[in-house]
Design a protein around this ligand. Structure first.
Ligand code: 4NP
Length: 151
């Protein structure tokens, strides 16, 4: 079974949203995958996704039940087939930490969208509700592209 790890900074906004979106889309396609998310930082360890992320996602039909923030662990680099960074900082942090033989697994999530100029899913934490809608739009597009690639 293919395994996918989404990574952002806090694991309470962007990567839990990507986890929920991909889980939904994969299930709709009948594609079985192990999908998880983590943060490069551990400040929010054990917390559920941000209520704003959940509210925006639930309107679109996504389910956040059971999600709890955690930090990236060293064995994630071994276990997961695809490690997808939400922005360039997350990507650089992951590359710096990952043993050389597993670095090929790490990509920027938005690089999967064909002809896409935007590199980063913007951090919505300090912004308004619009930020969470934009995050979901980007995540939906990249999730479709990912499933097209791997399914
Ligand atoms: P995320 O957003 O990386 O998409 O989960 C953030 C959540 C928390 C913080 C920053 C970004 N923070 O500084 O606590």
């Amino acid at each position: 079974m293919t395994s996918i790890l989404f990574v952002c900074l806090g694991n309470i906004c962007r990567s839990p949203s990507a986890e929920a979106v991909l889980r939904y889309k994969a299930r709709m396609m009948g594609f079985e995958a192990h999908i998880d998310s983590a943060g490069t930082g551990g400040w929010h360890e054990g917390e559920p996704p941000d209520p704003r992320a959940q509210a925006a996602g639930e309107v679109r039909g996504y389910n956040f039940k059971g999600q709890s923030a955690r930090a990236v662990r060293n064995d994630d680099f071994v276990i997961f087939d695809h490690i997808l960074a939400m922005d360039s900082h997350n990507y650089d942090d992951l590359i710096a930490r990952c043993p050389a033989q597993y670095r090929f697994k790490i990509r920027k999530f938005l690089a999967l969208i064909p002809d896409n100029a935007l590199e980063d899913v913007p951090d919505p934490y300090y912004g308004g509700a619009n930020g969470f809608e934009h995050v979901l739009d980007l995540i939906e597009a990249a999730s479709e592209a990912l499933l097209h690639e791997i399914a």
